[in-house]
Design a binder for this molecule. Structure first.
Ligand code: URA
Length: 236
């Protein structure tokens, strides 16, 4: 059994204070009854809550797929810069959301925003072998030496990277697949070949490709299928 104000505030955009005010104004209906006590206790399953006659979509775990634009940092708050959470619709505020992993400020593309720490760990842990796929543009031509070097595993100053794939798609453009997510990993890997990354766009995580219905800067709830795909390990 859980308190009504806690249930609503943890699973909707309403804060506890707002819930109390709404209850005091008799604007909350639970299972057909107008609520008079905001601290009434309820089983969390099978409840229907209406606020001002509108059904509240209770949802504990939130999974949003964002197409991250440049200029946003992968954090929950920042004193100076906008964060990816600024791109999340109002109805998902106060839900304990955070980005599952980091993309640099100037990197674009697929990002999962969630409040599910276990899921986030599963996607990010190098032990889980979830691939991350990026479109990359560099300032010089891509070379076979880079392809071989990535495959053998690049040694960075602070770590040895696992084997990565580089597919050259044009003179200075390629698709890179990594199985971990070290700080500035792709930029530093190309840096080992004297190359500077000009554009970096994440197009896949696990077996999920960035859905083409999500415009840059927008996000939407992930479907069950998408969540399955994102957690699929690569076998190659
Ligand atoms: N590698 C990078 O260098 N930057 C990113 O944002 C992601 C991977």
């Amino acid at each position: 059994m859980e308190r009504l104000d806690k249930i609503i505030s943890s699973q909707s955009q309403f804060s506890r204070k707002q819930v109390r005010e709404l209850v005091n104004k008799k604007r909350v209906i639970v299972n057909g009854q107008v609520v008079i006590k905001y601290d009434m206790k309820l089983e969390e399953e099978n409840i229907e809550i209406l606020i001002d006659g509108k059904k509240i979509n209770l949802q504990k775990d939130v999974y949003l797929i964002l197409n991250k634009p440049k200029g946003y940092i992968s954090a929950t708050e920042d004193n100076l810069l906008p964060t990816v959470l600024d791109l999340v619709p109002k109805e998902f505020k106060n839900r304990g959301l955070f980005p599952a992993g980091r993309l640099d400020k100037d990197t674009t593309g697929l990002m999962l925003i969630t409040n599910d720490g276990v899921m986030s760990h599963n996607i990010l842990s190098p032990r889980k072998h979830i691939k991350k796929v990026y479109e990359v543009t560099i300032d010089i031509d891509m070379t076979e030496e880079m392809v071989t070097g990535f495959f053998k595993g690049i040694k960075l100053s602070d770590a040895d990277c696992k084997s990565a794939d580089l597919e050259i798609v044009d003179k200075n453009k390629g698709i890179v697949t990594i199985r971990e997510g070290r700080y500035h990993q792709i930029k530093r890997m190309f840096g080992c070949f004297g190359a500077k990354v000009i554009e970096l766009n994440r197009i896949g995580m696990g077996n999920l490709k960035l859905p083409n219905d999500i415009a840059l800067g927008e996000c939407r709830s992930a479907t069950k299928k998408e969540l399955e795909l994102i957690q699929e390990k690569i076998m190659n």
